[in-house]
Design a protein around this ligand. Structure first.
Ligand code: BDP
Length: 628
C-alpha cells in the first residue's frame, strides 16, 4: 500500500476533510446503529446528528461530558460527487487513521473493516457502487473500546452492585495514562490509479567510497512482468537531475558521489538530503502508471556500545512525544505539526520517539525532510496483564508491526522499530510473546535495529536479550524516592551500568521526567515546581554525560509537551511532565534542555569531524547559572 501521492498518472486525490455528520450510539447495547442499519441511509435520517470535524477526535469538540467519555460505536457520514470520466479507473478509499475499530460503507455497501488506530487502511470501490449523477455517501462506524486483546489493551468492567451502580453500568479501564482519544483522526481520501498499477516499492540503500547503492524491489498489480510493455525507473537528485536509471522491477542503481541523508545536527551543508525514486510502467494496452517516492541514502548499524548512522556514532538528544492538542485531541493538525518541528529545532533535538503509537505520515514526512531521526513505535503500550499475552493479542501485534513496517520502511528518518512501551517483560509469558514479535519485525526489515522500551528491574528483565538496542524508562526521584534528587546519580549510574553489564548492548534512556506545573515556583525546590524539574533533569544529565561516548547512545526527556490523560488522582488535568505546556509555551526546563542540546551539538567530536563546527555557540551560555 503506497501513500497517495499526486503524479501525472495519479492526479485525482479527493480529500474529504471537513464537517461530517456524527451520531454516538448511546443505546444500552451500543448496537442500535447495526440493528437499524444506519449505514443504509443518510445518518441525519436516523436521528439527531451533530457536525463533527474530520480529522479530529470527537471527545473535546462539544460541551457534552457524556460524549467526551463515550465508549462504544460512534457513527459518521459525509457525501461526495465522483467524476464520470474516472469510472474506468481503480478507485480507492483510504483512511489514514481511525481509532479503534472501523467499518466503512459506501452508499450502504460495506467496503472494509480495520482494527487498530494510528495506521492507514484502504479498500477498492467498484464503479457500479458509485453514482456519477448524484451524491455518494461514505459511512464510518468507529468503536473505541479497548479490551485485553487490543493494542493498547484495556478492559471493560461491569459494575453489578445495584446499590451503588445502575443496571448495565460499565467503565472502560485503561492500562496507559494518556487519554483514549477516538474518532477519524487523520485524512480520508478517495484517489484513483490505473487498473494496472504500482502496488509497492521497497528501497534499501547503502554506500561505499564514492558510490551510493539503491536496491529496489517494485511490485505491480499484475503478477506477470510480460504484461508490461515497459518499466522505467529513474532516480533524481534534489534538483530533479537524473542521477540513475533502470529498466526492471528489481535491481540496484548506482549513484555516483551520493549526498547521504544525515540528521540535521550532523551535517551543515546538506542535512536530510532527499532523492526521488520514480517508476513508470506501461502495459501492453498502453495504460500507464507513475509513482514518485522521496528517499534518502543512508545506513544504520549497531555495535555493543554504539548506534551508527552512515558509519558515524550517533547520540540521540531527543524527546518522547505524543500526538495531542487542545480541542482536536489526536486529530491531524498542520499548524501544530509546523509549530512542533520549529520547537524541536529550537530545542536542538535530533531524535523523537513516536510514543506510544505511529504518528501521522505528514509528521513522518517532516522528519525525513527536516532530518529528525525517529524511533518508530507501535501502539503496544500497557501490555502488563497475563491476559494481554495470549495468541489473539500476539497475532494482532504481529499484524500491526507488518502494517507499520509496510508504511514506514522507506523513510530515511526511521532508524529503529519499537515494538512496545513498558510491557511486563519480567513475566515468563513475555518471552513467548515478544521474541516472535521482535524476530518477525527483524525479518520484515533486516536493515534496522528492533527494540521495545523496558521499565523493569534489570535482575528481573527477560526480553531485552532479544533486542538490538536497549531502551529504558527511569523515574528515580519521581515514582521512587520522590523528591530525593540527591539519589539520582547514584541510582541511575549503577542501574545503567548493570543493564550494560548484563546485556552488552547500547542503551537509550527513552524516558525520564517530573510533573511540573508551568508557573509554579518554589526555592528551595519542591515537587511539581519548575525549580524541581530543572534540578531533577540536571542530575540525570550528569549521569548521561558520564556515559555518553561509553555505551549510552541516547536520552529522551519525558515529555516534549504536557498532554491529556485519563482522569485519576495522580494527574491534575493531564500529564505535566512536558518541557513545553500543552499550548507549546516553554517551561524553564525547555531552556535548560535547549542549552544542553546545543552544547552537545557543538561539542560532539563526530559532528565536528564530519563537516566542521556548527555555528550555534551563542546558545551554549544562555543559562550558565542553570547548567553550571
Ligand atoms: C511511563 C510511561 C508514560 C507515562 C509516564 C508518566 O511510559 O506513558 O506517561 O510513565 O507516568 O511509565 O508520566
Amino acid at each position: 500500500m503506497l501513500y497517495p501521492r499526486q503524479t501525472w498518472a495519479r492526479a485525482f486525490i479527493h480529500d474529504l476533510t471537513g464537517m461530517w455528520n456524527f451520531r454516538a450510539d448511546d443505546s444500552v447495547s451500543r448496537r442500535q446503529g447495526f440493528d437499524e442499519q444506519w449505514y443504509l441511509h443518510s445518518l441525519s435520517k436516523t436521528g439527531k446528528v451533530i457536525p463533527m470535524p474530520v480529522p479530529s477526535s470527537y471527545n473535546d469538540i462539544t460541551q457534552d461530558k457524556g460524549l467526551r467519555d463515550f465508549v462504544g460505536w460512534a457513527w459518521y457520514d459525509t457525501e461526495f460527487y465522483f467524476p464520470r470520466e474516472l469510472l474506468n479507473k481503480r478507485i480507492v478509499l483510504r483512511l489514514d487513521s481511525v481509532h479503534y475499530n472501523a467499518i466503512v460503507w459506501v452508499n450502504g455497501q460495506e467496503i472494509m473493516r480495520h482494527d487498530g488506530g494510528h495506521l492507514p487502511f484502504e479498500g477498492e470501490i467498484l464503479g457500479h457502487q458509485l453514482s456519477v449523477d448524484d451524491l455518494n455517501r461514505i459511512t464510518v462506524a468507529v468503536n473505541n473500546t479497548l479490551t485485553p486483546t487490543t493494542l493498547p489493551p484495556g478492559e471493560i468492567i461491569y459494575e453489578n452492585d445495584t446499590n451503588r451502580y445502575p443496571p448495565g453500568y460499565f467503565v472502560q479501564k485503561l492500562q496507559m495514562d494518556f487519554f483514549n482519544y477516538a474518532g477519524i483522526h487523520r485524512s480520508v481520501k478517495i484517489y484513483t490509479t490505473p487498473k494496472v498499477y504500482v502496488n509497492d516499492i521497497t528501497l534499501v540503500t547503502d554506500y561505499k567510497d564514492d558510490k551510493g547503492f539503491v536496491n529496489f524491489n517494485i511490485t505491480t498489480s499484475t503478477s506477470s512482468p510480460s504484461d508490461l510493455r515497459s518499466i522505467d525507473v529513474v532516480v533524481r537528485d534534489a534538483y530533479d537531475h537524473v542521477v540513475g536509471k533502470a529498466g526492471n522491477l528489481k535491481g540496484t542503481i548506482d549513484i555516483p558521489n551520493p549526498n547521504l541523508w544525515w540528521p540535521w545536527t550532523m551535517n551543515t551543508s546538506s542535512p536530510a538530503y532527499l532523492y526521488k525514486f520514480e517508476v513508470t510502467i506501461v502495459t501492453k494496452d498502453g495504460e500507464k502508471d507513475n509513482y514518485l517516492l522521496p528517499f534518502g541514502i543512508r545506513t544504520i548499524n549497531v555495535t555493543n556500545t554504539q548506534l551508527l548512522i552512515n558509519d558515524r556514532p550517533f547520540y540521540c538528544h531527543g524527546v518522547a512525544k505524543h500526538e495531542d492538542s487542545d480541542i482536536r485531541g489526536k486529530g491531524l493538525d498542520f499548524p501544530l505539526i509546523a509549530k512542533d518541528f520549529n520547537l524541536l529545532k529550537w530545542l536542538g533535538t535530533n531524535c523523537i520517539r513516536t510514543s506510544h503509537y505511529p504518528y501521522a505520515e505528514e509528521i513522518m514526512d517532516q522528519c525525513d525532510r527536516q532530518g529528525i531521526v525517529v524511533i518508530d513505535e507501535c501502539p503496544g503500550v500497557g501490555i502488563t496483564k497475563k491476559n494481554n499475552f495470549g495468541p489473539v493479542s500476539l497475532s494482532h501485534h504481529l499484524k500491526v508491526m507488518e502494517e507499520l513496517v509496510q508504511r514506514d520502511k522507506n523513510r530515511p528518518s526511521v532508524i529503529m522499530w519499537s515494538t512496545a512501551n513498558e510491557p511486563d517483560s519480567a513475566l515468563p509469558e513475555a518471552v513467548a510473546y515478544f521474541r516472535p514479535i521482535l524476530e518477525h519485525t527483524k525479518a520484515l526489515d533486516p536493515t534496522r535495529p528492533v527494540t521495545f522500551v523496558a521499565n523493569q528491574d534489570v535482575n528481573k528483565e527477560l526480553v531485552s536479550q532479544y533486542v538490538d538496542v536497549i531502551c529504558i524508562n527511569r523515574y528515580n526521584a519521581w515514582y521512587t524516592d520522590c523528591s530525593h534528587t540527591e539519589l539520582i546519580q547514584r541510582q541511575l549510574g549503577n542501574d545503567l551500568h548493570k543493564w550494560h553489564g548484563k546485556f552488552n548492548k547500547p542503551i537509550i534512556v527513552a524516558e525520564y521526567g517530573a510533573d511540573t506545573i508551568a508557573g509554579l515556583h518554589q526555592d528551595p525546590s519542591f515537587v511539581f515546581t519548575e525549580e524541581y524539574q530543572i534540578e531533577f533533569m540536571n542530575e540525570y544529565h550528569q549521569v548521561f554525560d558520564s556515559l555518553r561516548g561509553d555505551f549510552l547512545v541516547g536520552e529522551m526527556v519525558w515529555n516534549f509537551a504536557d498532554f491529556m490523560t485519563k482522569q485519576e488522582i495522580i494527574r491534575v488535568v493531564g500529564n505535566k511532565k512536558g518541557v513545553f505546556t500543552r499550548q507549546r509555551q516553554p517551561k524553564m526546563s525547555a531552556h535548560l534542555l535547549r542549552s544542553r542540546y546545543y552544547k552537545i551539538i557543538n561539542s560532539t567530536d563526530v559532528y565536528k569531524g564530519h563537516s566542521g563546527k556548527l555555528g550555534f555557540n551563542h546558545y551554549s551560555n544562555i543559562f550558565p547559572n542553570i547548567i553550571g
